[in-house]
Each structure stands twice: as structure tokens, then as C-alpha cells.
Design a protein around this ligand. Sequence first.
Ligand code: MRU
Length: 337
Amino acid sequence: MELQSSFRTISYKEGILTLIDQRKLPTEERYVELSTVESVAQSIENMTVRGAPAIGITAAFGIAVAARTNTNFEEAHQRLAQTRPTAVNLFWALERMKTIWSQSASVQDIETEAQKIYDEDVQSCRRIGEFGAALIPDGATVLTHCNAGALATSEFGTALSVIRFAHAQGKKIRVFADETRPVLQGARLTAWELMRDGLDVTVIPDNAVGHLLGQGRIDCAVVGADRIASNGDVANKIGTRQVAGMLHLHERPLFVAAPWSTIDMTLEHGGQIPIEERKSEEVTHIQGVAITPDNVAVLNPAFDVTPAKWIESIVTDRGATGSNHARDLMQQQSEHS
Ligand code: MRU
């Protein structure tokens, strides 16, 4: 099926990494050009680029920038690895770049490997879309949390690829995008990219999910993931666990969509996933305007863990798990090793 992305989240040419600036969306579509490892690392830290697969791809191009600028590999690797702790795709991509760097000192080989990581992600998002679309019924109202779209990946997205493919198959799909406080990835980014592609999207406040489920107005949910443990526990944007608990209570299915690079088979369970704590200003301010008393205490965990038992299926580029996520992930791994 032919789907086209109408914008480029990430592109790289001859030492210049170009990113759409996600901090400015949806009011401004601005692109930044980066040509040093430090600026690439900062773009991940400050969420110019965000979303697990997009962070991994950006880090890979960060290593390409290191090769172009004669930066020491260990220094570049260390700096990029320090940026964000939860999304495993970052470390996965850096490992791949480490392998190629140890095999070849050629800038071209290093750039080719980074571009390969990008190209593989495009294919992976397509396969996730195809596998996942089969799970979404015609006429469904689908809730999504955060942004697991083209902005969070190379193209199409993970959760939003499932929705895009279901839509492209002719299914009538309505999307509810919850706001996703504090950074508002749902209200700002998911709404922007789905409207741009002509999908039927409605923004809802985060705290409307229980109410709408109670009224029978949400049929299922599809979300992305930042890291998935081998037992199927899923770390995703803060608030996912609340959404998952409400879906479970109302007997509505939750689908998780992610590339295989998000699976961390070294972890037995989600409790072992490092959870990033971000700065308090994300909570105390909106667009620079204070919304809390000065100096109030704040907690700002950026991710949470949803237990595998609340998940109907984990859809990767290798297929969709059934009720036994751990067994099916293990099988997907052995079939591809
Ligand atoms: O903090 P963010 O915006 O990088 O977090 C992103 C998410 O949690 C997404 O839902 C997840 O990465 C899936 S991205 C395909």
C-alpha cells in the first residue's frame, strides 16, 4: 500500500542533520540544521526531536556527524548516550554505530550505516502498520496517547502507522488524541500530523479518558513504546498506565506498536526500565507562562510502565503477539536470529 509522508522529521546530507523543530509545532513549522555532535545531543535533550525511534536515528546521524568532524568516537558515543535514558532505541542505534566504526574508519561507511538505520525504520513502520491495521475494526474510535507518529520515527509512525494503514484500507476510523501533559505531544503533535494527512482527529483532555470510556465512546487504544521488557511490560509516555488501567476496567483492548529495536530482551520485567525525570518547568509553565505558585515542589517522571497483562497485543515489525506476550516475543526473536 502506498502511503506518503507530507513532511520530513529527520534528514541528513553531507554532515548536516536537519530536524523539524518539534518544540515549535503546531504554530510554526521550522527546521534546524545541526553539524556538531554537541548540537545533536542537545536537540535530543531539549526535545527538538523526540520519540523513541526518532531519537535512535538522530543519535546514529550524530555519530555520522562525529565521523565528518573528526570527533573521537568514544567522546561522541558517551555524549549522545547521556541524553535520554528510557528509550532503548538510542542505545541500540549507538551499538550499531559502534560496530561499524570498529570495522571501518571510512566516513562514507559510517554515514551509510546511519542512513540504513533510517531506511530500516521506514520499512519497520510500514510493517507495523500492516500488521496492526488488521486489529482495528471498521468504524472504531481509537484513543492514542502522546505522539507515536511520523514525528516520532522516520515516517508514518508506530501507533499512528497502524491508524494510517487502517484508514488507507478504507476503514472509517475516528481518533481521540489525549493532550498528554506536561509536554502536550498529543494536543500539539498528534493532532497536527493527523490533520495534515486528512484523518479524523479530536483532541480530548487527559482526564476525559475515563468519562468517555464509561460512555462507550472509545473502542480501543493504540500507543507506542519507549522500551518493552521481555515479559511484555511496556514503558511509554507518562499517563499510559492510567489510560491502560481505565481500558482494562472497561474491557477495551490496548494495542502497543513498536519496532523490534524497542524490545529489550535483556530485561525480565518493566520494573528494571530506567524512568527519566525531567525538569520541573515542564509542569510549572505552559509556553513560558507560570501556572503554579513560585517554588512549588514538583515531580515530573516522563514515562511509566504498563503491565503486560493489560495489553491485548504488542505489534512489532515481526508480527503481533497473542495473549502470551513473553512467549511470542521470544519466538519472534528466535525466528529472526
Ligand atoms: O518524551 P517523548 O516525547 O520522547 O516520549 C515519546 C513517547 O513516549 C512515545 O509515545 C513513544 O516514544 C513512542 S514513539 C514511536
